[in-house]
Write a new protein. Structure first.
Length: 104
């Protein structure tokens, strides 16, 4: 018999099996993606909190204000800003804005 499917699953049965496997794979991928996104969001939030704490620490220890004109070294404030930037406390944008603020 030409085209006999004796002993093998029918095309409908194979298609149903393929659809079921695809559904399981899709559900697993969706679950993993959601879990990854939640973890990534939590890490970003923790990084924001740590950055805010570092800024608060620097703000209390070394206030970023214009250098006094009483004969003090005007570059001292810029050196402190540079040290905070090198330590990763200030981002590039924050560092540049503070430098521009100091230089007037």
């Amino acid at each position: 018999m030409l085209g006999s499917r004796r002993g093998r699953p029918s095309l409908i049965g194979r298609a149903a099996g393929t659809a079921a496997r695809t559904a399981v794979i899709t559900k697993t991928a969706t679950s993993v993606a959601g879990s990854s996104a939640a973890k990534q969001q939590a890490r970003a939030h923790e990084a924001e909190l740590a950055h805010a704490q570092r800024l608060a620490d620097v703000g209390g220890a070394a206030p970023v204000q214009p250098a006094p004109s009483d004969g003090g070294d005007p570059l001292d404030g810029l050196r402190k800003l540079n040290a905070a930037h090198d330590a990763g406390i200030l981002t590039d944008a924050e560092f540049l804005s503070k430098v521009k603020e100091r230089l007037g």
